[in-house]
Design a protein. Sequence first.
Length: 194
Amino acid sequence: MKKIGLFFGTFNPIHIGHLVIANHMVEFSDLDEVWFIITPRSPFKVKKTLLDNHHRYQMVFEAIQEYPKLKANKIEFELPQPNYTINTLVHLRESYGENQRYCLIMGEDNLKGFHKWKNYETILEENELYVYPRVSEGKVETQFDNHPRIHKVAAPIMEISSTFIRREHKNNKNIRPLLPENVWKYLDEMNFYR
């Protein structure tokens, strides 16, 4: 049975930090693949800086071409909004069958608020969490300490953010080293975030 790590995000844009984390998870844990689950643009919250779904999907697709264990997935684009992770997990099982196990990949900062997620107990009963370190304030709920379904993975700490990249690109700074080459080319050709 395949173990699939689900890496959720807007990936606006995907950057080398995302790639480092995803690749680390698939190479240094028991995950067989990592799927980038691209969060759709909410029809209720129009953010000028959030690119359309197909552009963000295309950038993820471009970024992972040379990484056969990493996949781009747009399953959330088809789900009614607002959507919750529990619905995505149900939809994945319905779409791909029961012959793979899904694990959520999240930063330690997200684990701190995990107890506020819709149906988080059910998510944890049916899935494992793979948590990578993040520099952030606050503490993880004690109920998640030494939890058998939560695995801390000693991935590198990546202090790169898409927000920083968008802002500094707009300010005409060279952010090219922070992006996979194909993503840089796509972003530059399309003149995004200017």
